[in-house]
Design a protein around this ligand. Sequence first.
Ligand code: ZN
Length: 340
Amino acid sequence: MDAYTQPLDWSRVSQLAVDPMSFLQIPSLDHADAPPLQLLTPPCSAVSPIPSPPTPTVTDGDTIVPVSTTFFPGANIIASPPDIILLSSDSVFFYVHSSVLLGASYNGFKGLVSSSQNRNCGPTEPVMPVAEHSSVLNIILHSIYDMSCSHYAPSFESLSSAAAAFPKYGLSAKKLVAQSTPLYNLLVSHAPLYPLEVYALAAKHDILDLAIPTSSHLLSFPLASISDDMAENIGPRYLKRLFFLHLGRLDALRRLLVPPPHPHAQTETCSFEDQKRVTSAWALASSYLAWDARPDLSTSTMQSALGPLENQLSCNLCRVALREKLNHITVQWSIIKRTI
Ligand SMILES: [Zn+2]
């Protein structure tokens, strides 16, 4: 059983729960029937023992049913009790609020929820089977309720599937993955490991606030290896931004490297002719560096590639000029924009 579900001991619930909605008959876990399942419930004021579900796991004589550890009867997520039950494809129950689902969805949560339905004290309690696995539905519902599900450590695949399901349920990815939302923070945390996938997800839903921080993790990514499918997923606008990020940084690097160290006034030991040799050596070393450089070139690599030139110089003034040049390009390179 997954971490986000708990076996609900129905005999204990019947003793502890104060929410009448807790006293529900559990429907068949079979998803084969398309129409919403109907649960018989007692009136709100009634208290009655809970019948055993038709197909539960039985442990030590107690009836066990998988129920979300966040969206369970009596969870008190909001002031009112849950009035609708979603059943995931792996038969986990999620007790949620139709008002919250309707507030977030423009299509009645794929038409599963109707505002005219009054379930609080109704004689029947519908259970809505959904196609998503509980790991995905868990993320969708946490996002709708603006709650973090980071403690469940969801995989990127689950996060991606949840985001992909948003349009189907009439949910706005742009709103649910807006900057500083729990889902946004989770996706950003996966960006170092799945930079291209997170970038594609951001691009697909036009979430620039997510694409920007993710793009810094793509500086080392060889753009030539992007597959046709991935390019199509990302789309022309965000693909162009990514290419311009790479090309822009490489162009900036070349512009920094081309000018040689400043010459100094002639001395008895170092003429302008002598200093031409410094210029030539710089041009050779910097060309070598620029030829192989990637947009994520580190300042330490820059220093280790160009710093040894100093060992070939006997003139102290030439050495100082070289150090100043290196310091200058290191600082400049570190402040060049690293994101789209
Ligand atoms: Zn010199």
